[in-house]
Design a protein. Structure first.
Length: 226
């Protein structure tokens, strides 16, 4: 079983300090929603984000969307060998069912995430939600999972390759991989401190969805499933 956590994910609703900005209010009005009910999105709120702390790491829900499509569509997930969580920038944890079908259209995906963040689960009613979200730190999530080894994949880690990483993970009782789901910059020091090891798999930074697809494939190959 591969436990994959997308960390510091650039997925959040518009923060309180931005709700009165004209671009935020205009977008919310067009969609018939209150500003605080809409996702922070760099493509829509660029001017409003200029003074936002860590603005370079926030407002990119599309990163999570693409990564989920890559991971959930893989044979490893379809055969029950993958568990996925999303740890957001604002310290919330989304648990993702392997059965969820992520919308390919970005507008539908954004609406789904807005519903999730506002109601706590999707579908909003029912005993078996496909996604749930709770306020929780990454440290608390890792305590719940109880990994025997946690590896962070980051361009600032020890140079290695995914073959070595997956060989190590496959021999662990409970393994976790942390992958940053934000557009720019390194993982936070607090995040890296929770990993047993930080590893870089390429000489240059790679897009999150590239890391995701290559990791899942190599893990499948290590298990002899490809």
């Amino acid at each position: 079983m591969l436990n994959l956590i997308f960390v510091e994910a650039a997925l959040e609703t518009v923060p309180a300090q931005m709700v009165r900005h004209p671009s935020v209010r205009r977008n919310a009005k067009r969609r018939g929603k209150n500003p605080e009910e809409t996702l922070l999105n760099r493509s829509l709120h660029h001017s409003a984000m200029r003074r936002l702390p860590d603005a370079h790491k926030r407002g990119r829900p599309d990163i999570v969307q693409i990564c989920l499509l890559e991971a959930l569509g893989a044979p490893l997930n379809k055969e029950g060998g993958l568990r996925i969580w999303i740890h957001t920038y604002d310290d919330r944890v989304i648990q993702v069912s392997p059965e969820v079908r992520v919308p390919r259209d970005c507008n539908r995906f954004d609406s789904l995430m807005e519903q999730l963040l506002m109601t706590g689960q999707v579908p909003p009613k029912g005993d078996e939600p496909l996604m749930t979200v709770t306020p929780k730190s990454l440290g608390d999530l890792l305590k719940e999972i109880g990994p025997s080894r946690t590896i962070a994949l980051t361009s600032h880690g020890r140079p290695s390759n995914l073959e070595e990483v997956c060989q190590t993970l496959s021999g662990e009782e409970v393994s976790v991989v942390l992958v940053g789901a934000f557009p720019h910059g390194p993982m936070g020091e607090g995040t890296l401190a929770l990993a047993d090891e930080a590893i870089s798999i390429h000489s240059e930074p790679l897009e999150t969805w590239v890391v995701t697809s290559r990791l899942v494939y190599e893990y499948e190959r290590t298990l002899g499933k490809t």
